[in-house]
Design a binder for this molecule. Structure first.
Ligand code: AMP
Ligand code: ZN
Ligand code: FE
Ligand code: FE
Length: 292
């Protein structure tokens, strides 16, 4: 069993990178990609723990890309985390988050809530600060019962404290991943909110920008959609990956090493799909670095 999409405390997961590697060993996941949102801060710890527990760690990232009306997340799998273009992209994203956090803080205050940026930073405990931490803050202020409630009342798109975050373009994200010798994969394609009549053309256009694969199997899709996405990938000559999008206890519906319908993720997604592409990516000359 493997897992090619997971989160740790470096972003919004609840397991530390080493605890995640330990859990992988415990449940029988032999290859684990750590793909935190817009950060690679957890990779070194995961790699060290992976060695200890006998789990192969694929260094990864999940990049938020500008896209309306849904969400476009790009997985960069097997990247060199020190690569300049990747580091620039992470810095850009962090700056944009800082700007958004300040605006959200202003919205809290205008709504008459007390807000202290230091407290928010404490709640994030070293992780990239995001809406889940604002959600914790709202629970602490007794404005929400739980994380879901906080999103529903205040933080989800269209709710009073929602602030759009500026994201990099798909071309920039793909270029950064490829220049870092990684494999760019479209995460959970259903979150693009495109109908089946529009999805194939969109994915084909992403391929023209350098996309190499799609995450056909994801916990939040329906099984029928996953089957259809895998066929679509084959027809477009793209590789197929599978992931749980594990976040630990904040999303109890997702289990490490398992995808839609609790299906264990087969090794073939690594051995037959990602691994050959990674070998290929490592042989390529670095592409021109994305300018941000
Ligand atoms: P951000 O990157 O700061 O916009 O936060 C996005 C994160 O918030 C996602 O990765 C999810 O973990 C979490 N999230 C988004 N929508 C919801 C929701 N409706 N309920 C719970 N968590 C959510
Ligand atoms: Zn997340
Ligand atoms: Fe995602
Ligand atoms: Fe994710």
């Amino acid at each position: 069993m493997i897992d090619l999409h997971t989160h740790s405390t470096a972003s919004d997961g609840t397991f530390s990178p080493s605890a995640l590697a330990a859990l992988a060993a415990q449940v029988g996941v032999s290859v684990l990609a750590l793909t935190d949102h817009d950060t690679v801060a957890g990779i070194a710890e995961a790699e060290a723990a992976g060695k200890e527990y006998g789990v192969t760690i694929v260094p990864g990232i999940e990049i938020s890309v500008a896209w309306e009306p849904g969400e476009l997340h790009l997985l960069g799998l097997g990247i060199d985390t020190q690569n300049d273009a990747v580091q620039r992209l992470i810095r850009f994203s962090q700056e944009q988050r800082n700007i958004r956090n300040e605006i959200m803080a202003g919205l809290f205050k205008s709504a008459g809530l007390s807000f202290d940026m230091q407290r928010l930073t404490q709640l994030a405990d070293g992780a990239v600060i995001g809406r889940p931490h604002f959600a914790q803050y709202l629970i602490e202020l007794k404005k929400a019962k739980n994380i879901q409630d906080a999103f529903h009342k205040y933080l989800a798109k269209g709710r009073p404290f929602y602030v759009k975050k500026e994201c990099v373009s798909l071309a920039e994200a793909i270029t950064a991943v490829r220049s870092a010798h990684g494999v760019p994969v479209l995460a959970h394609p259903m979150s693009l909110y495109l109908s089946w009549s529009k999805l194939p053309a969109a994915i084909e256009s992403f391929k023209k920008e350098g996309l190499l694969g799609i995450e056909a199997w994801h916990s939040s899709a329906r099984k029928g959609e996953c089957v259809r996405l895998e066929k679509l990938a084959q027809s477009l000559n793209l590789l197929v990956t599978a992931g749980s999008d594990f976040h630990g206890s904040i999303r109890k519906d997702r289990k490490l090493g398992r995808t839609v319908c609790d299906m264990p993720i087969e090794d073939r997604f690594y051995t037959e799909q990602l691994l050959p592409a990674l070998k290929n990516a490592r042989m390529q000359e670095p592409a021109a670095a994305a300018t941000l």
